[in-house]
Design a protein around this ligand. Structure first.
Ligand code: IFM
Length: 764
């Protein structure tokens, strides 16, 4: 497998690559990203001091600077590239080592079990003296404010003068990488309006409306053959650090270890300056930080890992997809959502989309519900922005914006479609109900979730139009997941999400009233709710038009899809480039039956128990040949649905597209950041598709569809607050409850089984 043709190696827990390819370097920087939910760190070369590497590529969750265009409530914001706190300047006999000139024996690898990214190469001076350089780094999962970096330099020949400066460097701009281009077309923005540079500590103030302050400090330790070496302090107006010089005899080794600490004004810290002083006053140890980090990460893997018995590379790539999800999740806060490209690139300005609820969160719902809750709380904290957005568009209730920064404000440029892309409101409501169904977290529903459901239901009522001629409600001028429709009337996906949202108020309220009558009364009053309004929600839901062709038993993407022209996809998309980047202009697309990305197919995945098998087959057979997959959000729903309807080879083919998407740079824009919806989607193909696990009405359904290439999968999930281990081979399912004491119902082939303390094996 390859990114732009260079070979990736897969071994159990490690993804690696042994070739240096200048053209692919920035895409690989994204591919070899690490993180801990607080930091995201691209796999950039920390010793590069001239090209793009000097800017680094480190991001922090929720840290946005001022953007470059007008958004809905003023200037846009963009994810801010942080000071390059891993920056190192290395020279040998006065020649700079930059990581790419005069190198050989290059390798880079990501050890996903340890959460460590490593790079190694040999370098030669102009008079032929050789050094071996090894770099490793991790973002601590134990103390999320810390990053560890170790550089080992071995002299393969005698070296008179090695100089290594470990820096915190604020002389950076955003990377501003363009898809398909190896370098930025023009420099990105520098977001720091002021700097305070001290001894091994640096603070910057951002150009965002809150003047966010970021504080960094570092401790460095250097050794020559294991013996401590003293450094000298170095500072200029933008950077600070410690520099070391030494000479090395053949086979001698210089080691630099560094621990970085960061705290910002967005953290809950009362006294960031004091925290910096405290960090600087207590010597840290690289080995100890690394051990703590590995142990915290292994706790996460205990539930998150999926073991696959196969002789393909699939085990490693599934782990890669999961690893990136673990790295991006901000478990420390409920104030920031997960952006479409996480913390690995600047595409979409770091914004959060529906990608989070529909693609990413299912992984957390089933493996770490408290992390999922925090993501939903982010939506609660931004409910007021959604209320404003509804009002600004002349609607009622809460209309969640299409793409948002940390404040939940619409970041889509004005007049670029945010008005139409409203299914996100239903997607959020849907995921709130899924969370509640899987966890029975009544406290969340009473205090937060129900309010979102009610306010979003109000929005749908104000967004629907009644047609007295057919006696139905309609949603006009809307854009579904298929963004090539430009805008349509009655997108089935949007309408069904709206129906679900509207109906959920009634069903959720009934249960809450039953279980918590007093708290429910307070909630009812707080929302200004009324029985008449809830009846209206139900009436609109019952009469909302869902386009469907009875003759074909086919759900239609929208009200005109069937009468549009057929599109010759081979002609429209002759290469991997998207249709709109190769042949037809955007405006032409509503003429054709063309689906940019899974739309009705996705609907069948979200409601697997609602459609008949025949209807799902019809949807798959009709839309699949008409789908361009011009979005990374397309492959996984096709894989899930194909598995559900027994198209095993197709399901496996889509799994491959999805799981290896960034490694193969399938969307030609991995350079701009990894595709997190797709990572969640890959997990979903394995979990919902191949393992066939779903939950409905308090039962766990298991309907395996293992690919022929796999012999067995074994995974954990949380259901109703209990951890369950499920192992599936070619003919049987073993289920074991690992904690809790409530019997769980598992349904296989229409038969219910009660799982208590004893493990159970069911043939299928
Ligand atoms: O949310 C998606 C959208 O569905 C397709 N274009 C990219 C967005 C961000 O990933």
């Amino acid at each position: 497998m390859s990114i732009g043709g260079s070979i990736m190696l897969y071994s159990d827990w490690t993804l690696s690559n042994n070739e240096y390819d200048p053209k692919e370097r920035q895409a690989r920087d994204a591919l070899f990203s690490t993180g801990n939910g607080y930091f995201g760190i691209r796999g950039f070369f920390e010793e590069d001091n001239e090209t793009i590497g000097a800017n680094g590529g480190i991001y922090m969750t929720g840290v946005f600077g001022m953007g470059s265009y007008d958004a809905w409530e003023g200037k846009s914001s963009e994810l801010c590239n942080l000071p390059n706190v891993l920056r190192v300047c290395i020279s040998c006999n006065d020649e700079d080592i930059d990581g790419f000139s005069s190198i050989s024996d290059f390798s880079q690898s990501l050890d996903m079990k340890k959460g460590v990214y490593a790079r190694r190469y040999l370098w030669k001076t102009s008079d032929g003296r050789r050094l071996e350089l090894c770099f490793e780094r991790f973002a601590s999962m134990h103390d999320i404010h810390r990053i560890g970096q170790r550089i080992t330099i071995k002299a393969l020949d005698k070296i008179d003068n090695l100089s290594v400066a470990a820096l915190l460097d604020s002389d950076v701009t955003n990377l501003n990488l363009a898809s398909g281009e190896p370098f930025p077309i023009q420099p990105g923005r520098n977001h720091f309006i002021s700097r305070n540079v001290r001894t091994n500590a640096l603070s910057v103030t951002l150009d965002d409306p809150d003047s966010t302050v970021l504080n960094f400090a570092q401790q460095t330790f250097a050794y020559l053959n294991g013996k401590a070496v003293t450094g000298r302090i170095t500072t200029n107006s933008k950077a600070c650090g410690t520099a070391y010089t030494c000479s090395l005899n053949k086979n001698e080794v210089f080691t630099l270890e560094k621990i970085i600490f960061a705290v910002t004004s967005l953290d809950e810290s009362l006294n960031p300056e004091q925290e910096i002083e405290d960090f600087l006053s207590k010597p840290a140890s690289y080995e100890q930080e690394l051990a703590r980090h590995c142990s915290a990460l292994s706790d996460k893997w205990r539930v998150a890992d999926i073991e696959i018995d196969t002789n393909t590379t699939d085990l490693t790539i599934v782990r890669y997809n999961i690893y990136q999800l673990l790295c991006v999740c901000p478990e420390h806060t409920d104030r920031f959502g997960i952006g479409a490209r996480g913390l690995t690139g600047e595409m979409y300005e770091g914004c959060v989309f529906w990608d989070n609820e529909i693609f990413v969160l299912p992984f957390f719902l089933y493996t770490n519900p408290s992390a999922a809750r925090k993501q939903l709380m982010f939506r609660y904290h931004t409910l007021d922005a959604a209320r404003r957005h509804a009002k600004n568009n002349w609607f009622e209730g809460a209309m969640y914006p299409w793409q948002v920064d940390r404040k939940g404000v619409e970041q889509t440029p004005v007049n670029c479609g945010a008005f139409y892309a409203i299914h996100i409101t239903g997607d959020i409501a849907f995921t709130i109900c899924r969370y509640w169904e899987l966890t029975q977290d009544d406290e969340f529903m009473l205090s937060y979730g129900a309010e979102i459901l009610y306010e979003t239901a109000r929005f749908w009522v104000s967004r629907c139009d009644y047609n007295s001629f057919d006696g139905k409600y309609h949603i006009l001028s809307v854009r579904g997941p298929n963004e090539y429709d430009v805008y349509v009337n009655d997108n089935a996906f949007t309408n069904m999400m709206a129906v679900y949202n509207l109906k959920s108020v009634n069903s959720v309220f009934k249960k809450l009233k039953d279980r918590h009558p007093d708290e429910f009364d307070k909630l009812f009053k707080r929302l200004g709710a009324s029985h008449e309004e809830i009846s209206k929600f139900c009436e609109v839901a019952d009469k909302l038009n869902i386009p469907y062709n009875a003759q074909m038993d086919l759900y239609l993407e929208d009200d005109t899809y069937l009468i549009r022209r057929k599109l010759d996809l081979k002609r429209a998309k002759p290469t991997k480039k998207r249709i709109i980047d190769s042949t037809l202009p955007y405006e032409a697309l509503p003429l054709y039956q063309v689906t940019k990305q899974a739309d009705t197919v996705l609907l069948c995945c979200l409601f697997p128990h609602l459609f008949t098998k025949r209807q799902k087959e019809n949807v798959y057979k009709f839309y699949e040949p008409r789908t361009a997959h011009d979005s990374s959000l397309s492959y996984s729903p096709h894989g899930i649905l194909a598995a559900d309807i027994g198209l095993h080879e197709e399901a496996y083919r889509y799994f491959k597209e999805s799981a290896y998407l960034d490694v193969n740079d399938l969307q030609l824009n991995t350079i701009n950041g990894l595709h997190f919806a797709n990572f969640g989607g890959t997990w979903q193909i394995v979990f919902h598709g191949f393992a066939g696990i779903s939950a409905s009405n308090g039962k766990l359904y298991i309907k395996p569809a293992l690919p022929t290439q796999w012999n067995r999968i074994s995974l954990h999930c949380l259901f109703l607050k209990q951890t369950v281990k499920i192992t599936i081979d070619k003919s049987s399912i073993a289920v074991k409850r690992l904690d809790g004491d409530t019997p769980l119902t598992v349904c296989v082939n229409n038969q219910d089984y009660l799982i208590d303390d004893k493990p159970l094996t069911i043939d299928y």
